[in-house]
Design a protein around this ligand. Structure first.
Ligand code: AMP
Length: 276
């Protein structure tokens, strides 16, 4: 496995590589959710590339400073999964002096995470577009865990006619339902126990939908009621939106995305379920 640090090395290593090239973009601190993306890429692509980069453009400074990093453990996982190339560049290799381009998707990126974390999704699309330019993948693997992110990246690919297939992979959860996340390790024991409320609340909403409830407000209320039972959970938003456009719904008539963002102390977690 090659561990590469520069754009030039990656281009050289991938020139003539067997195609399709599958790319898994990550911010490291790899867990079972990341592993599922890597395994899927490995099973579908003769060349698998994992990108590990904590992108400063998608964080506020305080969040960036505390974001978990463990490159040694990440490389162990990548080797175990028979990854061909790990691209783990320093910041100035991704954003060299003079870098002056931003990629911003429109209204799809203004909702939910875009509204709650201004600039976040623009940071994501800018770095992903840059990465796609360096690696030239045929397929890129993203998690449904970041449901809006995968939809926004798909929009960018379509609009900019990038010849890349986006593969969305299901959310991997801990046995108690909490979605695997690099941020889970930042939770105290009490917060970790409380964090199970995210999935429970989404399931409460989905259960109401399965019982025939089609009012989006009623579903949001069901989710909020479940969250209210956990005093450590500070709700950022609860959304019931069209699965494709992410526009908030009044009545559910087609596929919908039930999603939420919750703070436990300083740690902000997101999760979602598709109703379809
Ligand atoms: P991150 O390192 O958090 O930026 O995540 C890198 C990729 O892994 C993104 O496409 C995420 O959506 C995906 N991912 C993160 N957590 C999970 C999970 N629990 N299940 C599946 N995919 C995930």
């Amino acid at each position: 496995m090659d561990v590469l640090r520069s754009r030039r090395e990656v281009r050289a290593a991938l020139a003539g590589a067997a195609r399709p090239i599958g790319l898994v973009p990550t911010m490291g601190a790899l867990h079972e959710g990341h592993r599922s993306l890597i395994t899927r890429a490995r099973s579908e692509c003769p060349t698998t590339v994992v990108w590990i980069f904590v992108n400063p453009r998608q964080f506020r400074a305080a969040d960036l400073a505390t974001y978990p990093r463990d490159e040694a453990a990440d490389l162990v996982m990548c080797r175990a999964e028979a990854v061909d190339v790990v691209f783990a560049p320093p910041v100035d290799e991704v954003y060299p002096a003079g870098f002056d381009t931003s990629v911003r998707v429109g209204s799809l990126a203004d909702r939910l995470e875009g509204a709650a974390r201004p600039g976040h999704l623009e940071g994501v699309t800018t770095v992903v577009a840059t990465l796609f330019g360096v690696v030239g993948p045929d397929r890129a693997y993203f998690g449904e865990k970041d449901a809006q992110q995968v939809r926004v990246v798909r929009r960018m690919i379509a609009d900019l006619a990038m010849p890349i297939e986006i593969v969305a992979c299901p959310t991997v959860r801990e046995p108690d339902g909490l979605a695997c996340s690099s941020r889970n390790g930042l939770l105290t024991a009490d917060q970790r126990a409380a964090a199970t409320v995210l999935y429970r609340a989404l399931v409460a909403g989905r259960d109401a939908w399965r019982d025939g409830e089609r009012s989006a407000d009623a579903l949001r209320s069901a989710v909020r009621a479940a969250l209210a039972a956990e005093p450590l959970a500070d709700v950022d938003y609860v959304s019931c939106a069209d699965d494709e456009t992410l526009v908030e719904l009044t009545t559910i008539e087609g596929p919908a995305l039930l999603s939420l963002a919750v703070r436990l102390g300083t740690v902000r977690l997101i999760d979602s379920l598709t109703l379809a």
